[in-house]
Design a protein around this ligand. Structure first.
Ligand code: GLN
Length: 484
């Protein structure tokens, strides 16, 4: 059962081949067996999951089930979950039991999905390797010496090892697409504003967006269908009708115009990985797509601009964790200043502290114009590049990452090198566009991701383009032998 996709599991549940309770038991069993090695979950919710599964079985029996009813999912530990620890991968929130559900969680509950547990992540979603988590590094199921990517590395590893049917992730600069690529799964980061951020712990509010981590594009469509939509509790959520994401999956893509940005195929790209991506693009040509070279001239500015904007927003967002209103409180504070200093000093890890310091500096009087304002202007240039490109092409394709998964520890002491591992994903967040990563093959025995970038609110097209590739390839069905 564990090898099945959501679509296949839903059919099995509907036809009575197995119950949600049996299915949930089998995933819980796999988590017990394999997760000690991977560390992909922070919290496993055995009792609650089985209760949800029983309720789902009743709903299935009564004929009121939807496509996600009874499907066991994992939720990134960035989403507030009522009555359940919500740590965001940080000591700061190690003792936080959320008193409410994030909108995304509410929606999955209403759909009758089962929550197996909460997945490990980089602390406050800051990282590209899952090494910054207070709960320890997550291992890549394809090679447990390698990182799974980050910050949604726990979700990616759990789905790759089939310790959940699918999972949620969040993507501020690549945190869905990059770990999806490094773990050989499918992920979509929707357009900014497509999915509510209410109850999703904020890192950089103008960039953060929730999405899916699944085996297939079809499964991503099924999950996004539940997650997307307007929410008045998030003022940046767009009031725009949600299309039927599965309706056009089977449309052929003859005549699709694909743009390949030359800046994404340049220096720094691993040559063996590039071959895998080129082979994937050839597959698209066989499917009838037309490929043209394009230019996104300001691409090189995306990482520097992001590392001003994201830390600036994070320094503001994370000021709420002061040991009074939210978060860890130090023992025996001497006075208010001591309380703040020690609570924050003890609660945050070093990467989070680094970002808060950079962000506070960039926002301070005298530097605001030179850094923050300048970065916002660069951000506009990056958006304009994409706007220009989408006048001529339907989608843009590029490698999701410049290399396959690197080893744990390899980049941990070198923040700049670590930051550069998101060089192909960050511009999409700065522009607020939707982006996907799909499994496209292997290099050095590790998975390679193909990134597909779309125009605003063009998720249905991305899913269609991804699904068409998945009907003629089987990379997305491969799984690491060690966990089979
Ligand atoms: N790796 C990037 C960072 O550390 C992106 C993280 C994310 O998308 N949450 O900021």
């Amino acid at each position: 059962m564990y090898q099945m996709t959501i679509a296949e599991l839903a059919a099995g549940l509907k036809s009575g081949q197995f119950s949600s309770e049996e299915l949930t038991q089998s995933y819980l069993q796999r988590i017990k067996q394999y997760d000690p090695e991977l560390n992909s979950y922070i919290t496993v919710l055995e009792e609650q999951a089985l209760a949800q599964a029983k309720a789902a079985d009743q709903r299935l029996a009564s004929g009121t089930a939807g496509p996600l009813t009874g499907i066991p999912l994992a939720q990134k530990d960035i989403f507030c979950t009522n009555g359940v620890k919500t740590s965001c991968g940080s000591k700061m929130l190690d003792n936080f039991i959320s008193p409410y559900d994030a909108t995304v969680i509410e929606k999955f509950n209403a759909a009758g999905a089962v929550m197996l547990g909460k997945t490990n992540m980089d602390e406050f979603a800051m990282g590209s390797s899952n090494e910054t988590s207070f709960y320890g590094a997550v291992k890549n199921p394809w090679n447990t010496k390698a990182v799974p990517g980050g910050s949604s590395g726990g979700s990616a590893a759990a789905v790759a090892a089939r310790l959940a049917a699918a999972a949620t992730g969040t993507d501020t600069g690549g945190s869905i697409r990059q770990p999806a690529a490094l773990c050989g799964i499918t992920g979509i980061k929707p357009t900014y504003g497509r999915v509510s951020r209410y109850g999703m712990i904020a890192f950089a509010s103008s960039l953060d967006q929730a999405g899916t981590m699944t085996q297939t594009a079809e499964d991503s469509a099924l999950m996004l269908q539940v997650m997307a939509g307007f929410d008045e509790r998030d003022s940046t959520c767009l009031d725009k009708a949600v299309p039927d994401y599965t309706a056009n999956l089977n449309d052929d893509i003859k005549g699709l115009k694909i743009g390949l940005p030359k800046e994404y195929f340049a220096e720094g790209l691993d040559s063996d990985l590039a071959k895998v991506v080129e082979a994937a693009i050839d597959e698209y040509k066989k499917l009838g797509a037309e490929v043209v070279e394009i230019s996104l001239p300001n691409s090189a500015l995306s990482v520097p601009a992001y590392y001003v904007v994201a830390p600036a927003e994070c320094s503001s967002n994370l000021s709420r964790f002061d040991g009074v209103r939210f978060g860890h409180r130090c023992d025996d504070p001497q006075d208010l200043e001591d309380l703040y200093k020690r609570s924050r000093g003890e609660g945050f890890g070093s990467e989070v502290k680094r970002r808060i310091m950079i962000g506070t500096y960039a926002l301070s009087a005298g530097y605001y114009d030179a850094y923050y304002l300048k970065a916002q202007k660069v951000r506009q240039l990056i958006s304009d590049d994409f706007k220009q490109a989408f006048k001529d092409v339907d989608v843009i394709m590029a490698p999701t990452t410049p290399t396959v998964a690197f080893n744990i520890g390899e980049k941990a002491d070198d923040p700049i090198t670590m930051y550069l591992s998101d060089i192909n994903t960050i511009a999409v967040n700065l522009a607020g566009l939707p982006g996907m990563s799909i499994p496209a093959g292997f290099s050095k025995e590790m998975p390679v991701g193909l990134q597909i970038i779309g125009n605003y609110f063009d998720e249905a097209r991305l899913l269609n383009v991804a699904h068409q590739y998945q009907t003629v390839t089987d990379w997305h069905r491969r799984m690491p032998e060690q966990f089979a």
